[in-house]
Design a binder for this molecule. Structure first.
Ligand code: PHE
Ligand code: NA
Length: 501
């Protein structure tokens, strides 16, 4: 018998899963700092423009491709544009492989810090504790000594993710999101409300929202807005294609898309309010201005600045546990979505069962992740691969989709029709112009300026040879992987998972 493609049980299951993918580390540790550094309150203008002109239109494009052509990224793109399309799909899969490998490491750290919160384990020097006692960062970028404090949570995170994925789309992915997302929202709301009542919170909020309209004249502010939107909505890496392929035949596509997009942005804004209230308290404690604080984004914000703040707060143990618990839940649901892209693609092409791919290939990825990131050089590698995968990989992939699907194969009108037939919110010429002209133009500009910047200035002061291997080498491996995977024979009859008639 022909196995039917797995399906979400309903609209809510899909929305929660898609929201779970979108709401991730980027909302909590990336958005607040990026907004603050790029115009504060004024950043909301380029951010909204990026959301409306590129984020939501490309989100719809992903949904239309995944649903109409009913496949993982390589299968769906192959059905639209043959081998060239399949290659773009595998490139997205390769990006997901790289991201999954380091994203899990960050989750492992967050889960350690959830435990550390209860006894403020980081002591008086949280920054020194993080790179020293905890990560044991080596002086040279490449040394492979195991760090047991990271190894254990990393193994646990991989087991949790693979067990959820092994249980399937409904019993695993959907169920995990149905439990985790409400838990995340409730926990995070408590955190933000607590933060608002801290002394100095208002100074933090003032710093966050005060608009610097002059910043809007700077192109780099607009680039920051577009790249935040792309990363934050999880578009153009095959995730939304894959998730949409598990929807029923007759479904509204655009309305849930709007719910996911605005839900994700609301969570981002909420995180900005929570994080900056907390930073306001920190500045207040030290009797300095919020502007003098450092370490306001990413790894530094979460694992250095936040622990220092938690230590100074009455009841800080709870606050820390809520913060790191939120990071784990937000990150875990995103990680699951990234891995599902890989699993679905390999299943579609090679005709394997879910269990074979999850525990076989998933196990291999887990081992690679552990070898790379449970060692003393983990932090440097993570930082480098993250920068290249996001700023080069995803942007290039979004450009490739637009060129191959909309310009070479001219599938735009068909996809617009597909989106509009069943959906309440219809799309037409404006949508088509946004995805085929506006977004790619912005993306090409972003890609070129990023490549020039990386080639001329390097990155984070790391040695050039190291960046060549870890950064550019990663992108090269993604391309080579995509070419090889496209060239291999389909073991699985692609018609087995038929597209909707
Ligand atoms: N969208 C997620 C966030 O905002 C990040 C993510 C990246 C999710 C890649 C899936 C894949 O953090
Ligand atoms: Na997000």
């Amino acid at each position: 018998a022909v196995p039917a493609r797995e399906q979400w049980t309903g609209q809510i299951g899909f929305i929660l899963a898609a929201l779970g993918s979108a709401v991730g580390l980027g909302n909590i540790w990336r958005f607040p700092g990026v907004a603050y550094e790029n115009g504060g309150g004024a950043f909301l203008i380029p951010y909204l423009v990026a959301l409306l002109t590129a984020g939501i239109p490309i989100l719809f494009l992903d949904y239309a491709i995944g649903h109409r052509f009913r496949g993982s990224a390589p299968l769906a793109f192959r059905r639209i544009a043959g081998k060239l399309g399949e290659g773009v799909g595998w490139f997205q899969v390769m990006i997901c492989v790289f991201i999954a490998i380091y994203y899990t490491a960050v989750l492992a750290w967050a889960s350690s810090y959830f435990v550390f919160s209860w006894d403020l384990r980081w002591g008086d020097d949280p920054a020194g504790f993080f790179t020293g006692d905890y990560l044991q960062v080596a002086a040279a970028p490449i040394t492979f000594d195991f760090v047991p404090s990271v190894l254990i949570p990393l193994v646990i995170m991989w087991i949790v993710a693979l067990v959820v994925l092994g249980a399937g789309v409904v019993k695993g992915v959907q169920r995990a999101n149905v439990v985790f997302i409400p838990l995340l929202v409730i926990g995070f709301l408590i955190l933000v409300i607590r933060a608002l009542f801290l002394p100095g919170a208002i100074d933090g909020l003032t710093a966050f929202f005060t608009p610097d309209f002059a910043a809007l004249a700077d192109p780099s502010v607009w680039i920051a807005a577009y790249s935040q939107i792309f990363f934050s909505l999880s578009v153009a890496f095959g995730i939304m294609v894959t998730y949409a392929s598990y929807r029923r035949r007759r479904v509204n596509l655009t309305a849930p898309g709007l719910v996911v997009a605005f839900g994700n942005s609301s969570f981002e804004l909420l995180a900005g309010i929570g994080v900056f209230s907390t930073l306001g308290f920190f500045a207040h404690q030290q009797g300095i201005g919020v502007g003098e604080l450092e370490g306001l984004t990413g790894v530094a914000l979460s694992f250095m600045t936040f622990p220092a703040i938690v230590s100074q707060m009455p009841g800080g143990e709870w606050f820390g546990a809520l913060f790191f618990g939120a990071l784990v839940l937000a990150g875990l649901t995103s990680l699951i979505s990234i891995l599902e892209v890989v699993i679905a693609a390999v299943r579609d092409k090679f005709g394997l069962t879910r269990a074979q791919v999850v525990y076989g290939l998933g196990g291999v990825l887990a081992v690679v992740s552990i070898l790379l990131f449970a060692t003393t050089s983990g932090l440097t590698a993570l930082d480098t691969i993250d920068n290249w995968a996001n700023n080069i990989g995803i942007v290039a992939s979004a450009i490739a989709v637009s060129i191959v699907i909309l310009w070479v194969r001219r599938a735009g009108p068909e996809l617009a029709g597909h989106l509009s037939v069943l959906s309440t919110f219809k799309v037409g010429r404006i949508w088509l112009a946004l995805v085929s002209v506006v977004a790619p133009v912005v993306l090409v500009y972003m890609l070129v300026s990023k490549i020039v910047e990386l080639l001329t200035d390097g990155y984070s002061g790391y040695p050039t040879a190291y960046l060549g291997i870890a950064g550019w080498g990663s992108v090269l491996l993604m391309i080579v992987g995509a070419v090889v995977l496209t060239a291999t024979r389909w073991r699985h009859d692609p018609e087995l998972f038929e597209p909707w008639p």
